[in-house]
Design a protein around this ligand. Sequence first.
Ligand code: MN3
Length: 198
Amino acid sequence: MAFELPKLSYDYNALEPYIDARTMEIHYTKHHGGYTSKLNAAIDGTNLENLTIEEILRDISKHSVGVRNNGGGFYNHKLFWDIMSPNGGGEPTGELLSAINKDFGSFNDFKAQFNNASATRFGSGWAWLVNQGGKLVVASTPNQDNPLMDVADVKGTPILGLDVWEHAYYLHYQNRRPDYIDAFWNVVNWDQVAKRFV
Ligand code: MN3
């Protein structure tokens, strides 16, 4: 069974002015669409066709580079679209806020760690908020790797992710990755992050 490009739950221009419509359209149709079709080509006719994306990523060291890059890209972008919303921003509440306060000291301390992970990831990659069985940590990965993969330095379940590949921001922000990172907080869908946490 082939993987399908997941539908976006908002329009390309819905996250403006933080993420512009042209970037969203290219990112979704060309990049996420490309990862999806290349993942399907890479698993075509193999036993991986019968697995979920999580099952494939869990044992990624056993699979080809094509499955690693495109399977990661397929999963990571679905998470990324899901944890953003035109009604996003603000701060988390409830159990998620309690866990952030416990593991980072405060929401602002967490943001500082996440911003640093996003800004210092050299080249292309992602920053993550990772759930390790109830304990939260910040991590970053190169390329399209993620914390579900057996090859990741920091393993766990990603509940928030930021794409810091240049294709995610260069049209609007050019080389100003820190401005893009700051803008991201205005569109984070904390309800969705909390759902992934519990
Ligand atoms: Mn991307």
